[in-house]
Ligand binder design. Structure first.
Ligand code: IVH
Length: 667
């Protein structure tokens, strides 16, 4: 095909694909079978490859995702992206209506729209072509996520008219896509997304648009950023105009003649929201007349002409089948409600913390009760109240024990605390929790020591405390369930390597009350050695800007305890480093964990390119090779890792996910 014919055909294919895409993604009415769309897309891709000068930023081929980015650029919103005031009940809606009518008079209409639970974005078009898309950010400055947004099928790359326009809307992940994504993640052993909104946000913040392209995102547009000069009179006309241009707008909106009609609309969605294919968290009510909107104006944060009605959190009824107790690292005994499994706001709930005994009394909770549960902030399960009318007589009072469920020593209630505590420093439950904390990522970061293995170590009495970790022997470990030669060796290596950690990791690992990982770093920077920290007085500590009275007090009493002194002496004798090694970034290559190692990269890295990862490793003195062999020290596996990952597992090569690599390389 010569250049001229190619140009013709490319134009034709783009028009066809834009049309197919519009019918499929925006109108939800596919015109042709998927195979035909794919075929045409392949043909267009081939032509663009053969005649690169015909490539274009708004060609449908860009939907598959462009090259990965290193970072997102900042974007200034000339017209700020504001938020909305909230209404939580009918009264708030009537109050809103009164405030509006004080300015506009009685002749006012409202457009009600679903409040889509996703991520606000701004899309800019020039001459009908999509040129830039950005997140809301702080409302004034957002991030340029154009290449990710181009992968969203329902965002038009070219409009029906050659318009210059900026529009705003909400990107979301349909419920079904969210469920499928989490299923895949579960199978791959990856962290799940808590809800569709987080999944949408996570997908739009991918630096590799190819990943965003696989995430099935969708959008509804709900506003023109600057509707002046377009001859529009009302919000509903603005929506109709956007629709004409080819944007996807939500079909459920309704024009209401009075606030009573608004209330009716709002109430009609409380139950119906569950039938939608996407999640909503409320209803947005907007004064329809644009002139009236202008009269009403804005407060510092939000328009006076609109309000968001927020649905109350979903509540469900289930049976509380029991109350179990757990002993935390600091000895606090926490009661947990065991519940008959029930689905709340999208996920199954089986347990909910009851926090302390007082709360159980306050809510009058009995075992066997019917209870109302919800998810606070739509995430943390909570028992809201007991349905005592439904009691049948067999429900039992719960008695908090006076002894520790793990070690039997007497529980105490410290001054001013509601919590009951086990203050036996040898309590095995505390020891176990303490060890889980000690090996955790921000503490000593010992890989291969999950909660299950630690439990086994305690039940087989291989450890009774932290120091025992450094005395473990290969033979003993081999006797544990699911611990083969290779995993035992990896574990021992990881334990050995942790001895070289800089002081702050050890300080944090000790689990001193009120000393978080940031404070641990400050203390290490300030005192340089464990010896100095142990000898520090209350006043020495208080002199540090970031240390307050509570923390200083807690540190002094921790080091005063003979058990603490014994533990630290023992760790020192076992070869655990007690010195601060300086900020990690300035670490010389020879100190680096990558120094002298042979490393293989595989799969798609999400946050940086292969080339960048390679450069980083080499800067730290490591070597990057292309294939996995017995002499490979480490495999860094991104998404969709294939045969190299399998091989690495076979050879027992250490495997890190991308996040671990970013952390170690301090990226
Ligand atoms: S209008 C000036 N309409 O809710 C503010 N917002 O706090 C214009 N949202 O950040 C917002 N659906 O992300 C509007 N139909 C809708 C919406 C909607 C969801 C989000 C939006 C905004 C937040 C308001």
């Amino acid at each position: 095909m010569d250049r001229k014919d190619a140009e013709e055909r490319v134009k034709e294919l783009r028009q066809l694909l834009d049309k197919y895409g519009y019918y499929y993604y925006v109108l939800d009415q596919p015109l042709v079978p998927d195979s035909e769309y794919d075929e045409k897309m392949q043909e267009l891709m081939k032509l663009e490859e053969e005649f690169p000068e015909l490539q274009s930023n708004d060609s449908p081929t860009v939907r598959v995702g462009g090259p990965p980015l290193v970072a997102f650029e900042k974007v200034q919103h000339e017209i700020p992206m504001m938020s909305l005031g909230n209404a939580f009940n009918e009264q708030d809606l009537y109050d809103f209506d009164r405030r509006v009518r004080q300015v506009t008079g009685d002749d006012v209409q409202y457009t009600c729209e679903l409040k889509i639970d996703g991520l606000a974005v701004s899309l800019s078009y020039e001459n009908g072509s999509f040129i830039q898309g950005a997140t809301r950010g702080d409302g004034t400055t957002g991030e340029d996520i154009t290449s990710n947004l181009k992968t969203v099928g329902s965002i038009p790359l070219r409009l029906q008219k050659a318009a210059d326009i900026e529009v705003r809307g909400e990107v979301f992940m349909p419920k079904r896509s969210f469920e499928n994504l989490n299923k895949d993640k579960e199978q791959a052993g990856e962290m799940l997304f808590a809800n569709p909104r987080n999944a949408a946000a996570g997908s739009l913040r991918q630096l590799d648009p190819k990943i965003a392209a696989r995430r099935n995102l969708d959008i509804f547009l709900y506003a023109i950023a600057d509707d002046k000069g377009m001859g529009l009179k009302t919000h509903h006309e603005a929506i109709a105009y956007m629709k004409e241009l080819g944007f996807k707008t939500n079909p459920e909106s309704q024009l209401c003649q009075s606030i009573e009609e608004v209330v009716e609309y709002v109430n009609s969605w409380v139950d119906r929201r569950n039938d939608l294919m996407y999640e909503i968290d409320g209803i947005v009510i907007k004064v329809d007349n644009l002139k009236q909107q202008q009269e009403l104006g804005y407060t510092a944060k939000s328009p006076r002409w609109a309000i968001a009605y927020k649905f109350p959190a979903e509540e469900k009824i289930t049976t509380l089948t029991g109350i179990t107790l757990s002993v935390g690292r600091t000895g606090v005994v926490t009661p947990t409600a065991e519940l008959k499994a029930v689905k709340v706001a999208g996920t199954t709930v089986q347990r909910a913390s009851l926090h302390n005994e007082d709360l159980i009394r306050e809510k009058d909770i009995k075992i066997g009760d019917q209870v109302v549960v919800k998810k606070a902030g739509d995430i943390i399960p909570e028992v809201v109240r007991v349905l005592d009318d439904l009691r049948e007589g067999h429900e039992k009072d719960f008695e908090m024990p006076s002894e520790c469920p793990a070690c039997g020593s007497e529980l105490v209630r410290l001054e001013k605390e509601v919590a009951l505590r086990c203050i036996n420093p040898q309590c095995p439950a505390q020891m176990q929790e303490g060890l889980i904390h000690f090996v955790s990522r921000d503490a000593m970061n010992i890989d291969g020591l999950g909660e299950k293995v630690i439990q086994q170590l305690f039940t087989h009495q291989l450890v009774a405390g932290i120091a025992d970790l450094y005395k473990l022997e290969k033979e003993e470990l081999l006797k544990l369930e699911r611990m083969g030669e290779k995993s035992v060796q990896n574990l021992l290596n990881a334990i050995e390597a942790s001895k070289q950690n800089s002081l702050e990791k050890l300080i944090f690992g000790l689990g001193i009350r009120f000393v978080g990982s940031k404070a641990a770093r400050t203390l290490a920077e300030h005192f340089k050695t464990m010896e100095q920290l142990r000898n520090a007085s209350y006043d020495d500590l208080l002199a540090i800007h970031e240390v307050g009275e509570k923390m200083a007090d807690s540190i002094v009493s921790y080091f005063d305890k003979p058990e603490a002194a014994a533990l630290l002496d023992e760790l020192d004798a076992l070869g655990v480093n007690m010195k601060y090694k300086g900020p990690k970034k300035a670490e010389a290559a020879s100190d680096s964990i990558f120094n002298g190692k042979t490393i293989v990269l595989t799969g798609t890295l999400e946050k940086l390119t292969r080339k960048e990862a390679k450069e980083k490793i080499e800067a730290f003195g490591g070597k990057v090779t292309g294939s996995v062999s017995k002499s490979t020290d480490l495999l860094i596996a991104g998404a969709d890792a294939g045969s190299k990952l399998t091989k690495a597992k076979e050879y027992g090569v250490e495997i890190w996910e991308e996040d671990r690599f970013l952390e170690e390389a301090e990226l």
